[in-house]
Design a protein around this ligand. Structure first.
Ligand code: DGI
Ligand code: FE
Ligand code: FE
Ligand code: FE
Length: 186
């Protein structure tokens, strides 16, 4: 087990300054949401802090890892945007020695969401979207909904993300669409 100082030091080395600061803000936001929703605050703070740990791993290294570590080979059809959560958890376990499956799963689900999510998963997913330095149109609505009910926040984020992906002709990862279908039921 690494100390929190060691996890912070390794993250600082792995990430640009700006992304490291984003991780600190997501950690704080996740901790606040955890307090509000009766979830383990330390677990939320740690999951939030490490969620983007692998965001700057090189494309070459990701491809090598996906090929050698028994990942779904369909991942090769996507990019770092998708890889840094699903494959990122592998780096967090290997390099930060975090083995807690609730934390690793929250990291895996933080970009695409999933059809099944724990409150911790939802908290990390939403904290990433609404941390204080996020300024896109709709972020105030996202903050309001997330404080009312986590599921409303998740549904809103998935809707906004799908609109954005389709508007910009980006590929939709099947899990993102499946999640939209589950969390936006009408
Ligand atoms: O890592 P962050 O930038 O802090 O945030 P994130 O991990 O939530 O990534 C957000 C980005 O991921 C956002 O630009 C939308 C993109 N994304 C989410 N679902 C999909 C996706 N990109 C593609 N191509 N396909 C998806 O299904
Ligand atoms: Fe991310
Ligand atoms: Fe996110
Ligand atoms: Fe993030």
């Amino acid at each position: 087990v690494l100390s929190s100082d060691e996890i912070i030091a390794k993250s600082q080395k792995k990430l640009s300054h700006g992304r490291f600061e984003h991780c600190v803000r997501v950690s704080q936001t996740a901790k606040e949401l955890a307090k509000h929703y009766g979830v383990d605050e330390n677990q939320a703070a740690l999951a939030g802090f490490v969620h983007d740990y692998a965001k700057e791993v090189s494309v070459e290294e990701y491809i090598e890892t996906i090929k050698s570590q028994d990942f779904d080979q369909d991942l090769l059809n996507y990019n770092r945007g998708i890889w840094h959560g699903i494959v990122g958890a592998y780096y967090i376990e290997k390099e930060l020695k975090i083995t807690n499956s609730a934390i690793l799963t929250a990291v895996k689900r933080h970009t695409t969401a999933d059809t099944e999510m724990t409150d911790l998963d939802k908290i990390v997913f939403m904290a990433d979207y609404i941390e204080p330095a996020r300024h896109f149109p709709g972020v105030e609505e996202a903050r309001k909904l997330t404080n009312q009910n986590l599921d409303l926040g998740v549904a809103y984020q998935l809707q906004q993300t799908l609109i954005y992906l389709i508007k910009n002709n980006f590929k939709v990862y099947p899990k993102t669409l499946a999640s939209y279908n589950v969390w936006n039921v009408k």
